[in-house]
Design a protein around this ligand. Structure first.
Ligand SMILES: [Zn+2]
Length: 316
């Protein structure tokens, strides 16, 4: 199977990779960021292989983030393949937006933030114009073989987001990893509504760690990732990511004084200072990740009091 990488500049101060593969079918792994230049780059890459945009038979999405599915509309004959959660963003409904707002209001309230509209807006800003509008019509579940790519199995790997899949051929050792594992940066475990669209938050970081543990067991020699270079030492990179995680959590733990209880916001302010007020969604997500981890490690206890979560050092 031939793999051609196309790297497209995004507005998020980074570059996103998509991959053109030719085996049984002409497939794109991810669609890249939506821009005229990006579309042109894909068109040029296809042309050097002897194809046009119309020849692409399928686009297989690793996840729903706009830098990965922005250009889905550029391929008139392609089936869009991926996780059903992607469609909340590719074909959003009024009902989903209403739910999305309710979920985040509930989340903020539980962490002691009431009536701060700017914070809600930071969570709600949706980048909607950067998404494509062709929906996923072929759904993949954990363990499914990817259509048109014999030997490639979809592995559900949530944590970076709820729709995340990686595609791995353990016979050849080739994998497509989306944003699960990147060569130099650790993906953000962003807070997102659960798959069942209920109001209770699931822990992104704990899901992410479970996805890393699952991936650690797979035979992968070359993981083609959504950003940066191919990762060849997947297990080594996972160990590094987990070590960074432990170090971050240890830092957060030092903020706690015995016998005192703290809200997530209090910890976020200590961790991020004024940046917390500029980027509450990002910083609150990151703080929650550390607190979830410390609770799981039994370093902290969590108390739900007066409809608010408080964290304390665990009594020995
Ligand atoms: Zn992403």
């Amino acid at each position: 199977m031939d793999i051609t990488r196309v790297s497209i500049q995004t507005i998020y101060r980074n570059i996103v990779n998509l991959f053109i593969t030719k085996g049984e079918t002409l497939t794109l792994i991810d669609a890249g960021f939506k821009s005229e230049e990006g579309k042109q780059q894909v068109e040029d890459a296809l042309r050097t292989m002897g194809y046009t945009l119309a020849d692409v038979e399928q686009v297989v999405l690793t996840h729903h983030h706009p830098d990965h599915c922005g250009l889905v509309d550029a391929f008139p004959n392609a089936t869009i393949v991926g996780h059903p959660y992607c469609n909340h963003f590719l074909q959003p409904t009024e009902a989903f937006f209403a739910y999305y707002e309710k979920f985040h209001l509930h989340l903020l309230a539980q962490h002691g933030i009431h009536g701060v509209d700017a914070m809600l807006q930071d969570f709600m800003k949706s980048d909607m114009e950067h998404f494509g509008t062709n929906p996923v019509t072929h759904f993949l579940a954990h363990g499914d073989e990817v259509p048109g790519m014999p030997g490639f199995v979809a592995h559900y790997t949530p944590g970076h987001c709820q729709s995340h899949l990686i595609f791995v051929n353990e016979q050849t050792g080739v994998g497509f990893g989306g944003d699960l594992i990147l060569d130099t940066i650790s993906p953000n475990p962003f807070v997102e509504p659960p798959l069942d669209l209920s109001l209770e938050r699931e822990s992104s970081i704990l899901k992410y760690h479970a996805s890393l543990a699952h991936t650690n067991e797979l035979a992968i020699d070359a993981l083609y990732t959504g950003h940066g270079e191919v990762v060849t030492d997947v297990r080594g990179r996972i160990a590094e990511i987990l070590a960074e995680q432990r170090a971050r959590a240890q830092k957060v733990q030092t903020f706690f004084v015995k016998g005192q209880r703290y809200t997530t916001v209090q910890i976020a302010k200590q961790l991020f200072g004024p940046v917390f007020f500029k980027q509450p969604a990002l910083t609150l997500s990151e703080t929650l990740a550390q607190l979830d981890y410390l609770v799981q490690q039994q370093a902290l206890d969590i108390v739900y009091d007066n409809e608010t979560y408080y964290y304390t050092l665990r009594a020995l």
